[in-house]
Design a protein around this ligand. Sequence first.
Ligand code: MF3
Ligand code: CO
Ligand code: CO
Length: 258
Amino acid sequence: MIILKNERDLEAMRPACAVAGKVLDDVAAFIKPGMATKEVDEFAASRMKQYGAKSAFLGYRKYPCHICISVNEQVVHGLAGARQLRFGDIVSLDVGVIYNGFIGDTARTVPVGGCGVLAQKLMDVSEKALHEGIAQAVPGKRIVDISRAIQSHVEGNGFSVVREFVGHGVGRSMHEEPQIPNFVDGKPSPKLRPGMTLAIEPMVNAGLPGVNILKDGWTVVTQDGSLSAHFEHTVLITESEPEILTWVGRMPSKLKAL
Ligand code: MF3
Ligand code: CO
Ligand code: CO
């Protein structure tokens, strides 16, 4: 069952998504070469606290960190630890917060200091694929229209989409129906309706689409060792244009002062 949000739900959920976007923005600006990923996670935790929010990830299926930090060939769900970020790395930051009883979920891949041209192209194509997907998020279209737009942009640029992990509905719970694959899977696909809130999140590999999970039980890596990027927004289906709830410019006035 797909949970539609009414205006009262959205009054609570919009700020939750705004906080997630703000924390992600803060963390992206914070990372520097030489920093341990543990420090990055601690910084994210302190920002969440400052904004009166909590991590939606910490403790979720025993996940041990506040955010997901995935470096280079790591796709998603990377764990913070002693590893130091190096100039030229690309790091995927995924932030989920609970605020007002709702969850905002958003991710972005950023270079550490700077990066090579392939890494930059991978990030650009992945972000554009997210935007192409969001452009399909209008009533009357189906989930598969989002999936198709993402897949064709990624594959048209010579990269590949991960199959094993998908986008999802989001609201009072982090993972609600429907699933949002980043590829056309041929299964029946729900029609988009106003009030749906969707986390759209292409995971894009520079090489082959295959992934493995490391022995830590969490970290997803590319099988071929190629770089990977991840961009995600929580998006509201409206009667007309999609509303990107985790867009960073969207700040409740109470938080603007911080
Ligand atoms: N934020 C991830 C997503 O986009 C889920 C993280 S699960 C966790 O769906 F366990 F790592 F927190
Ligand atoms: Co996420
Ligand atoms: Co998500």
